[in-house]
Design a protein around this ligand. Sequence first.
Ligand code: ATP
Length: 254
Amino acid sequence: MNAARIAALSRAGVAVEVVPETGSTNADLLARAAQLEAPLLLIAEHQTAGRGRAGRSWLSAPGHSLTFSLAWRFDGGLHALTGLPLAVGVALAETLGRLGQHVQLKWPNDLLKDGDKLAGILVETQPAGGAAWAIVGIGLNLAMPDELEARIGRAVAAVPWLARMDRDTLMAAVLDGLAQALREFGAKGFAAFSARWNLLHAYQGQPVTIIDRGEVLHEGLAAGVDDAGRLLLDTEQGRVRIVAGDVSLRPKNT
Ligand code: ATP
């Protein structure tokens, strides 16, 4: 991939760097956040130690995925970033939709295609005076070699049609969708995204369980998200609102 070409194809006005290989683009940008003066997109052709939530791993094979992080500065403090990972999911899903790939969202922030995980999002933050840097990390499967799927150990999705698209053009489209969403989030917060999230919700009205380290915390029907990005769950005891934290959602009986 070519950084200058991606920057030229994009309308976002964001600096772009491409490295052949690194451990984690999120870790690299977090380490640089204190020195950054403007948004920066860091793309790794190969990411060897990709991270998910709660210390989980994101696996990828060179040439078969997009692995990148976008550092973005928000004026409010960390509390203003509630719901940001969900807004990023909306932005990525809408961008893929414009490219002809229809995907759904699993709360809080996974992209699914035909029920299997297509992309992971990890947002990490660093305070900067009264402001905050958000490092928005994304791993998106384009193709899925059998060997990689075996290593991941569960059914996963890919978008082979997009894998055939010029990589720099695809990356520029994703960058533009994200930059626009991050600006909107900065101005209006997650309230500007909740209805859009709900339109893309994979499990609307379906029975799900909420799990914390293997323990079932709640069971109920998933009813979308509120303006703070909390999952609305209709349980036998009534509606509960669940904050993302490190809990995971599973469709019931899978
Ligand atoms: P879950 O997907 O189990 O609900 P999560 O949303 O917290 O958990 P993340 O932290 O976003 O998951 O991503 C890490 C998980 O994603 C890993 O535990 C692994 O199961 C899965 N995974 C790792 N690499 C890939 C990949 N390339 N494609 C799809 N899934 C992957």
